[in-house]
Write a protein that binds this ligand. Sequence first.
Ligand SMILES: Cc1cc2nc3c(=O)[nH]c(=O)nc-3n(C[C@H](O)[C@H](O)[C@H](O)COP(=O)(O)OP(=O)(O)OC[C@H]3O[C@@H](n4cnc5c(N)ncnc54)[C@H](O)[C@@H]3O)c2cc1C
Length: 503
Amino acid sequence: MSREFSTEFFSALESSIGPDGVDTTPEACARYGSNRLPGGDRQVAGVVMPATTADVAAAVRLAGEHGMTLWPTSTGQNLGLGEFSPVRSGQVVLHLGKRMNRVLDVDERLGFAVVEPGVTFWQLRAELRARGDKLMLSSTSGPPEGSILGNALDRGAGYTPYFDHFGMLCGLEVVLADGSVLHTGDGLLPGAATRFVNKSGFGPLLDGMFSQSNFGIATQAAIWLMPRPPAVVGFAFTFPEDDDLAEIIELVRPLKLSNAVPTLIKVTSDVYAFGTRCTYPFERTGGAIPLPDTVRRELREQHGTGAWTVTGALYGPSAEAVAPAIERIRAVFEGSGRATYHPHDRMLDDPLLRIHLDTFSGEPTDSELGLLNWRPGGGATWFLPATPMIGEVAQRQQELSRRILTEHGFEYVVEFVCGPRAARALHIIPFDRSDPAEVARMNAAYDALVAAHDAAGFPIGRTPVDRQEWAMQRLPQFQDVTSRIKGALDPHGIIAPGKYGIR
Ligand SMILES: Cc1cc2nc3c(=O)[nH]c(=O)nc-3n(C[C@H](O)[C@H](O)[C@H](O)COP(=O)(O)OP(=O)(O)OC[C@H]3O[C@@H](n4cnc5c(N)ncnc54)[C@H](O)[C@@H]3O)c2cc1C
């Protein structure tokens, strides 16, 4: 991209969508290219903030005419995964959430809201509350200012029965690279009354093509919402030792397979729990890293947590009505002889447990963001494999990750978010981004984690932008197929070339 091309592009775009929609100041370019990843900030060519779907279509057409590339984001709260930053420098950030941020409809009978990219978890929560709290949001435990749509498109997830955020989208509106607008599912027929309620209509399901991809730019969709249960009653158990994980997973699986617990069940490691509330205790370790086990135990004591914390919630007409089911769950975990029970009321008062209760109740919370400050220097990245819900397999995965992270000077900061058959093994790795040696160790640790997990049969899923092209090279057939689709839909590579390795 030459400077001449970009100047012509931005002035043509200003004429088309108005000056409020374009920012090419050095401050904006720096801010939109910054992130927390070891791979470094990106050089951004400029920022475009469309107000309508027509503006997005105009931006795509003009980008094609001027040889520019667009990186769509909704609210850029992808913390530890890239924020607003594109995969490659030189791309123009399309900040959809800045001016396209309306809740277009809430249907309380059918349980959905139609949202633009800028609608945040907090915003939709407030909208639902204002309408009498009949519907419950599925929120992440991450930034409440994250976008419902952006999070879902990156296949983010929550913790209620509607945790599969992409799976809960229906009737996507997508701008394609030629500037045309596609409606997925039943929305393909103009005026379809079923647009936001039926995905499985005629022909191939196209929706999945627009998640973790660069095949189009989503400008609105419905998100399905569950009726808010009158009572949400949480339960928590702490377990004393790292090796209790195998037994925990064996206890959790039947509860999820039978749907005895409607929420996902979280199994949270000690540092993931207390790291939300404190920073790395260099004063106690004499500056040494990683955290010695003795200090880790002291911090567990101090924060009243265990090596693992297991949490979930039941829904029902009243707390009394679900009390017998809570007793049955207690019997399951306490039968192990290893678990200490913490009731709902304690969860309300204990900040480490309150995070979980909030996420099971559809309440956005910023309490987990303290994890980003565990190490000084502002770096954080996510490593996100899954694990089958088999105790000995999860235990093997724990041993693998713990060893690699420890060898590279990092802590094992992990939450298993358990469904019936698989758990998402959420590893967050906070690191000192101002220390080049620590950044180098971070990169080496990531390489080693991916290689070891690939060899053990645990491939990664959602991936930080600085690793997406690298991760795709492990999958040559997938790269070939997705590149051919890209070539058909976007032959000039206008939309986010390189995203998730799709060229
Ligand atoms: C402590 C902590 C806890 C977290 N917990 C969770 C959690 O529980 N669950 C979870 O899912 N995440 C979690 N996150 C990760 C992340 O912060 C959230 O997922 C956040 O919601 C993503 O940012 P966003 O919603 O602003 O999406 P964006 O950053 O706007 O978008 C995410 C990606 O999707 C693509 N995209 C966005 N909008 C569009 C569009 N309209 N068209 C095409 N492509 C688009 C872009 O490539 C972008 O990079 C957590 C992070 C931290 C630090």
